[in-house]
Design a protein around this ligand. Structure first.
Ligand code: TYM
Length: 314
């Protein structure tokens, strides 16, 4: 048995990956993959809360797995799998439903936002944190590398573990979110949080033309001396000491600054984009998911035997 601590995280397959996913979650995951026993998965049942198109769902599952591989997660070191290959996730989520309360889950930011916007909220959206708790707790996770927006979800998982352990005896480890402060919330081209749902994102594997289109569309206001939204995205790629002279030299010349950002983004994205192109043709994605699913299921199944015994079902 490995003495390493365990790391687990996931990206919902609901759209193209973007640089917010990369800097908030993927970058630290790649850096930490040797230090931790690592698992990354694709939460396709979570995607079902917003995506009701089977072909698109399958396509985005492939997008996420190719993304994991292209940014440098090494399938020889890291367990990669698809949530729906391991039925224990939904089973455990049900058990958690029966110990956590409606008033507790009503505090969820995602649920409250959807309610505030007057959206029709599905039970799945309300219950989303319980499935996520199952994802995390089934694998004895110590740390969950995420962006700021997922912090509350990891706290929900922790609270759920505590409550289960108190009611039925120790079964689960208490996980912690791991958030990189400087990139906790990566801004989009309109200055709000970069997000698939706001359509303000720069795709992680964008072509040079797409990068240029997105960067030219960055919202600039004429208030200060610096186009803050351009600068904020630029800071993901370069230190202030490298950027500040450039921004001073080109004060007021937003076009030149945007062109510099296109250049830097393209230089950063190009190697990953090339890698993805190659992997898409060469890699046996189905084989990888099949194998990963089997390994994950073994772990989940052992954990569920203990859980079932503790709660008194079959
Ligand atoms: P998702 O798919 O929305 O986002 C995937 C990861 O990317 C991070 N992220 C960001 N970080 C910084 N700035 C941004 N603008 C930005 N946008 C996205 C997210 O914080 C996240 O880490 N609920 C999860 C998926 C999930 C999961 C899990 C994660 C399901 N089960 C178990 C960890 C563990 C989600 O929807 O992430």
């Amino acid at each position: 048995m490995s003495s390493k601590k365990k790391m687990l995280s996931g990206i919902k397959p609901t759209g193209l990956l973007h640089i917010g996913n990369y800097f908030g979650m993927m970058k630290q995951s790649v850096l930490l993959q040797d230090e931790f026993e690592s698992t990354f998965f694709i939460p396709d049942y979570h995607a079902l809360t917003t995506l009701h198109d089977p072909l698109m769902l399958k396509g985005f599952v492939k997008e996420v797995i190719l993304g994991y591989l292209s940014v440098g997660l090494d399938p020889k070191k890291v367990l990669l799998f698809r949530q729906s290959d391991v039925q224990e996730h939904t089973e455990l989520a049900w058990i958690f439903n029966c110990i956590m309360t409606v008033s507790y889950l009503s505090r969820g930011h995602a649920y409250k936002d959807a309610e505030a916007k007057g959206e029709e909220v599905t039970v799945g959206t309300f219950d989303y944190p319980m499935l996520m708790a199952a994802d995390i707790l089934l694998y004895d996770t110590d740390v969950v590398p995420v962006g700021q927006d997922q912090k509350q979800h990891v706290e929900f998982a922790r609270d759920t573990a505590e409550k289960f352990n108190r009611l039925f005896g120790a079964a689960f480890k208490l996980p912690e979110a791991r958030i990189m402060e400087e990139v906790a919330t990566v801004p989009g081209i309109d200055g709000r949080k970069m997000s698939k749902s706001y359509n303000n994102y720069i795709p992680l594997f964008a072509s040079r033309e797409e990068i240029a289109d997105k960067v030219m569309a960055i919202v600039t206001d004429s208030k200060g001396t610096r186009p803050e939204n351009v600068y904020a995205i630029h800071r993901l790629l370069k230190d202030a000491s490298a950027l500040d002279p450039l921004y001073e030299e080109n004060e007021g010349n937003y076009k030149a600054l945007k062109e510099a950002l296109v250049e830097d983004l393209d230089a950063f994205i190009a190697p990953m984009r090339e890698r993805r192109k190659k992997l898409e043709v060469e890699y046996d994605i189905d084989g990888l998911l099949r194998e990963g699913g089997e390994r994950a299921q073994e772990i989940a199944s052992a954990k569920m035997s203990d859980v079932r015994a503790k709660i008194g079902v079959r």
